[in-house]
Ligand binder design. Structure first.
Ligand code: BES
Ligand code: ZN
Length: 590
C-alpha cells in the first residue's frame, strides 16, 4: 500500500478528509469519550479509504443518512494503532463513525481530583502529537493532511471544556447536570494539533488577543508569570509576519502534563512548572508562540522531518527572546541548549542515526526517540545558515519561507530546494549534507561568545581546586546563570560539595523547577541524603518528562538509591502520563 508517512495508515492518494465534525460526551466515571465523528471529503470519492484508529470501540460506520458502510478493521499494531478501511460508494461526501474511546487511549490522561491544583474536580487532557490523535478520533493521522473542524463536547457540571479552536456558545447538555461546549476551527490543521482539556477552569485576559486559562488556584500566579505574552506576540509578528490564528490563548495544565508546552493552535498547553514567580522560565511560552509560524503554518511532512518544526522553533524562540532580553541572555540559553544536546547525544551514542536531523523512523515509535537533537542541532544548523548569509538576508528569507509554505507540510528535501533557490550554493558551502544526514554535530557549529558565560564556566571549572562562588554575589544570579553553573559542575559533588551548595543557596528549597531539577540530579548522583525528601516530593508532584527521566535515571544508576527509584515509581506511576510511564519503565528495566 503506497503511503507517504511511515506513521500513518492513511493513503492520501485515495482522497483527503478536509473537515471534521465531532460530538463527544466526556464520561469521567468510565474514563471514555463517546459519540460520533463526521469526516467530510475534499472531493466525493469511491473505493477504499484507510483511516487511523487506536483502541477505539467502533459501533457503526455509516453515510450521513445512517446507511451502514462496508468496513474492515486491521490487526492492532502497537503504537501504529489499527487500520480502519471504509468502502466508499460512488459520490460519498461524508462518513459517520460512532465510537467510544478506550480508558487507555494513548492521547488522553484522566486525572483524579487529588492530582489537580484545586484538588476538588477531575481533569482530562489530550496530547496528540506525534501520533495519538487516532486514539481520540478516527482520522488520517498524518501531518501531511490538514483539516478544519467543529466540535461539541458534553461535560459534567461544573467543568469547562476547551479546545484548540474558537469557542462558541455553551448550552445545557442533553442530560441534567451536563453542559455542551461548542468549538469551531476555521484554520486547517494537521491532526496532531487537535486538542481537548476539561476541568475546573477560570480565565483572564492578558491582552487584546490573549487570555490565560488555568485552574482557579493557579490563575493569579499564571497571569502574572505570563503577562509578557503580548510583547512576545508583537516581536514575533515583526520577525515572522502577521499572526494568522486570530487569538493566542493558553492553558496552564495540572502538574501531570508530560511536556513543557504544546503548541495547540489558539490554545497552547503549558506545564505549571514554568511558574517560578520571577518570569524566568517564559522561554517555553515564546517557543510555543513561535510554533504559530514554524510548525503550525509550515508543518513537518512526517516525523522524519520533525527538526523542521522544532529546530526552526528554537531558532525563532531565541530571536523573539533576544529582542526582549538581549544578546547575553541568548548566549546563555544557547549554552544550556548545547549542554542538553550533548547529554542526549551521549545517551544515543555519537554515531546513532537519531543524532541526524533528517531521519528514517519507519518501524520506530517516535515517542521512543524523542530528544533534543531536532531542537538544538536544528537550531545550530539554522544559526549557521543565518550567520553565513547575514541576519538581514536570513530574516527576509524566513518571511518568504513562511509565506510560501503556510498551511502546508514539507519535507527536508523541499526545505533544501527552497534554500537552494534563494541562496544558490549556500547548502554546499556550509556542509548541509553532514548537518542533515550525518550523525553528531559538525565542527563548523556556531559558537556563542559571552563574557558572562566564560566567567561562569571558569568558576565551575575551578570547583575541584576548591574554588566556590561568592554567596553574596551568587544569590543574585539569574535562573540561566545558575543553570549554566550547575550544568558545568561534576555530577558527583560528594556529600560535602552538595552540603556546601545547599547550605549557602538553599537549593533544596528552590521554587524554580529548572534549578531544582538540575540540583536534585546532582544530589541523587552524589547520594546526598538531605535531598531525598525533596526528591520524593518532586517526583510525586511533577509529571514533566524533562524532570522525571534524568532524576529517575540518576537514582537508578546509584547503587544505594536504586531501590528508591523503583519504590517511588511504584508509588507514583498512576500520576504519570502513559507516555511518561513507557519511558520510565524502559529506563528502570535497564
Ligand atoms: N511540540 C513540542 C512538544 C512535543 C513534541 C510533544 C513531540 C510530543 C511530541 C513542544 O513545542 C515542545 O517542543 N516543547 C518543549 C519546550 C521547548 C521550549 C523545548 C518541551 O516540552 O520541553
Ligand atoms: Zn516545540
Amino acid at each position: 500500500m503506497p503511503t507517504l508517512d511511515p506513521h500513518s495508515h492513511a493513503d492520501l492518494e485515495q482522497g483527503r478528509v478536509k473537515h471534521l465534525d465531532v460530538r463527544l460526551e466526556v464520561d469521567f466515571d468510565r474514563r471514555v469519550l463517546h459519540g460520533e465523528a463526521v469526516l467530510h471529503f475534499e472531493i466525493p470519492g469511491e473505493g477504499p479509504l484507510d483511516l487511523d484508529t487506536r483502541d477505539l470501540d467502533i459501533h457503526a460506520v455509516t453515510d450521513r443518512s445512517g446507511t451502514p458502510l462496508e468496513t474492515s478493521l486491521g490487526e492492532p499494531g502497537g503504537y501504529m494503532g489499527t487500520r480502519l478501511t471504509v468502502m466508499r460508494p460512488a459520490g460519498l461526501q461524508a462518513l459517520v463513525v460512532r465510537y467510544t474511546t478506550s480508558p487507555d487511549a494513548s492521547a488522553l490522561q484522566w486525572l483524579e481530583p487529588a492530582n489537580t491544583a484545586g484538588g476538588q474536580h477531575p481533569f482530562l487532557f489530550s496530547q496528540c502529537q506525534p501520533i495519538h490523535a487516532r486514539s481520540m478520533v478516527p482520522c488520517q493521522d498524518t501531518s501531511r493532511a490538514r483539516i478544519t473542524y467543529t466540535a461539541e463536547i458534553t461535560v459534567p457540571e461544573p467543568l469547562t471544556a476547551v479546545m484548540s479552536a474558537a469557542p462558541g456558545k455553551a448550552r445545557p447538555g442533553p442530560r441534567p447536570g451536563t453542559n455542551t461546549f461548542a468549538f469551531s476551527m476555521p484554520q486547517p490543521i494537521p491532526s496532531y494539533l487537535l486538542a481537548l482539556a476539561v476541568g475546573d477552569l477560570a480565565s483572564r485576559d492578558l491582552g487584546p488577543r490573549s487570555r490565560v486559562y488555568a485552574e482557579p488556584a493557579t490563575l493569579e500566579a499564571a497571569a502574572w508569570e505570563f503577562a509578557e505574552v503580548d510583547d512576545m506576540l508583537r516581536e514575533a509578528e515583526g520577525l515572522f509576519g502577521t499572526y494568522l490564528w486570530e487569538r493566542f490563548d493558553f492553558l496552564v495544565m495540572p502538574p501531570a502534563f508530560p511536556y513543557g508546552g504544546m503548541e495547540n493552535p489558539r490554545l497552547t498547553f503549558l506545564t505549571p512548572t514554568l511558574i517560578a514567580g520571577d518570569r524566568s522560565l517564559v522561554r517555553v511560552l515564546a517557543h510555543e508562540l513561535a510554533h504559530s509560524w514554524t510548525g503550525n503554518l509550515v508543518t513537518n511532512a512526517t516525523m522524519n522531518d520533525f527538526w523542521l518544526n522544532e529546530g526552526f522553533t528554537v531558532w525563532a524562540e531565541r530571536r523573539i527572546l533576544e529582542r526582549l532580553q538581549g544578546r547575553e541572555a541568548i548566549a546563555l540559553a544557547a549554552a544550556i541548549g548545547r549542554h542538553g544536546l550533548e547529554v542526549d547525544m551521549a545517551e544515543f551514542g555519537e554515531d546513532s542515526p537519531y543524532t541526524r536531523l533528517e531521519n528514517d523512523l519507519a518501524g520506530i515509535d517516535p515517542d521512543e526517540v524523542y530528544s533534543l537533537v531536532p531542537y538544538e542541532k536544528g537550531f545550530l544548523f539554522l544559526t549557521l545558515l543565518e550567520r553565513t548569509v547575514g541576519r538581514e538576508a536570513w530574516d527576509a528569507f524566513l518571511v518568504d519561507y513562511i509565506d510560501q509554505f503556510r498551511f502546508t507540510s514539507i519535507t527536508t528535501a523541499e526545505f533544501e530546494a527552497f534554500v537552494e533557490d534563494s541562496f544558490p550554493g549556500l547548502l554546499g558551502r556550509v556542509g548541509a549534507e553532514a548537518w542533515l544526514r550525518g550523525s553528531g554535530v559538525p565542527d563548523n557549529a556556531p559558537v556563542f561568545v559571552s563574557n558572562r558565560l566564560e566567567a561562569l564556566w571558569r568558576l565551575a571549572d575551578g570547583w575541584k581546586q576548591g574554588e566556590r562562588p561568592d554567596p553574596s554575589v551568587a544569590s543574585d544570579w539569574s535562573t540561566a546563570e545558575w543553570l549554566v553553573f550547575l550544568q558545568r559542575l561534576p555530577r558527583d559533588l560528594g556529600g560535602d560539595g552538595c552540603a556546601w551548595l545547599d547550605e549557602h543557596f538553599g537549593l533544596n528549597q528552590s521554587g524554580n523547577a529548572e534549578i531544582l531539577g538540575e540540583w536534585l540530579v546532582m544530589a541523587a548522583t552524589s547520594a546526598y541524603e538531605p535531598a531525598y525528601e525533596r526528591i520524593r516530593a518532586f517526583l510525586g508532584s511533577v509529571g514533566r518528562m524533562k524532570f522525571l527521566k534524568p532524576l529517575y535515571a540518576a537514582l537508578h544508576r546509584g547503587e544505594s538509591t536504586r531501590p528508591m527509584a523503583q519504590e517511588l515509581y511504584d508509588a507514583y506511576r498512576d500520576r504519570y502520563h502513559p507516555i511518561a510511564r513507557i519511558g520510565l519503565e524502559l529506563l528502570l528495566a535497564e
